[in-house]
Design a protein around this ligand. Structure first.
Ligand code: ACO
Length: 326
């Protein structure tokens, strides 16, 4: 077992709500289509506030709930596919805003698997005795990347951030029991956002487009997720020496209710073990697993001592599953 304790969790959702009916006003879609294909009823959109602003709110909540000072943090990691900029890292902006002067900070780019990749990364850093507290946040403002004239993707995503304060606590059983992280780079074109374009000539044309819009091959991602996620959950359980039946809850990336139902069915497990949080939030990419976890902790559906499977999957294409003792 790798030692790792999720000391606290916190989330932040921007105020502006966009219902399916609101989208039907600006594109050719309907509440019925979106709900039956995805399970999504509404999502929240961040106006004015960028990814770092949402992450700063989460960080402040985490510090307050944990009663530790920003100066006690040793490392800040932000998992995001919608950073404020390619440089500086969004995590660096968070570090500066908190005045977390003893922490170094970097981002992880693994799309919807980002939070799980971040937990695994944090566990490795925590093996260094100089590192006591790690702040890990999954934060997204996907609304700034989405092509709002493409109904096949625009209806799926929402904005939000959530995270966890992580440490090692030898007094408890908390830790990573098993893991399975995989990247399928041969499918990198299945989901791209803000893909950069090299110059076509020099001197450069001033009006040349530098970024391509958000693009997803929905069917390819659907097939990938429903095939590879069950495999990854099985592989992670095997790594942990546990059977699927011994997992209390499966916290999957909240991409689409149909994907989650199909995975539960393929594994022959009750849907009740797969909590859903996307009806109100949409797909919030790297934020979706910590938002769900925080919600389940608040409602006491997740309690200490439970065995949880956390599984993220998305652009890359990436998959990450951790079996944790909470
Ligand atoms: N409203 C109405 N009609 C629509 C919409 C919409 N918003 N979007 C597409 N359609 C139409 C299409 O144009 C198509 O019409 P046609 O038959 O006349 O050509 C029809 O609906 C069916 O389109 P499909 O793309 O085949 O629809 P599908 O049933 O596959 O559902 C969806 C699309 C929901 C995107 C599905 O493929 C899916 O869930 N894919 C997984 C995507 C996902 O969850 N990605 C996120 C994971 S990665 C990450 O989180 C970053």
């Amino acid at each position: 077992m790798e030692e790792l304790k999720i000391i606290q969790t916190a989330g932040f959702i921007p105020e502006k709500e966009v219902k399916n009916a609101d989208l039907a006003q600006i594109m050719s879609t309907s509440d019925e289509w979106i709900q039956t294909r995805t399970g999504i009823k509404k999502r929240h959109i961040s106006l004015q506030a960028n990814t770092s602003d949402l992450c700063i709110k989460v960080a402040q909540k985490l510090l307050e709930k944990s009663q530790i000072s920003a100066q006690m943090l040793d490392l800040i990691i932000v998992a995001t596919m919608s950073p404020d900029s390619t440089t500086p890292a969004t995590a660096a902006i968070v570090q500066g805003a908190l005045n977390a002067k003893n922490a170094y900070a970097f981002d992880i780019s693994a799309a919807c698997a980002g939070f799980v990749y971040g937990l695994k990364t944090a566990a490795n850093f925590l093996k260094d005795p100089k590192i006591k507290y790690v702040l890990l946040i999954g934060g997204e403002v996907l609304s700034k990347l989405v092509a709002w004239d493409d109904r096949s993707t625009a209806v799926l995503f929402g904005d939000g951030a959530a995270g966890a304060l992580l440490a090692i606590d030898q007094q408890t059983e908390s830790g990573i029991l098993g893991s399975d992280l995989k990247t399928f780079g041969q499918f990198n074109t299945s989901l791209t956002a803000a893909k950069t374009q090299p110059l076509s000539e020099f001197p450069p044309k001033t009006n040349e487009k530098r970024y391509t819009p958000f693009m997803m091959d929905g069917r390819a991602v659907y097939n990938f997720a429903t095939e590879q996620v069950p495999r990854s959950l099985r592989d992670a359980c095997q790594d942990a020496g546990l059977s699927l039946a011994e997992i209390d809850l499966f916290l999957l990336h909240q991409a689409n209710e149909r994907i989650i139902k199909s995975i539960a069915k393929r594994l022959d497990l009750p849907l009740a073990k797969f909590p859903l949080g996307l009806a109100e939030l949409g797909n919030t990419s790297a934020a979706s697993i910590p938002l769900l976890l925080d919600d389940l902790i608040q409602s006491k559906k997740v309690t200490r001592g439970q065995t949880l499977a956390l599984c993220g999957f998305g652009g890359g294409l990436t998959i990450g599953t951790l079996i944790i003792k909470f």
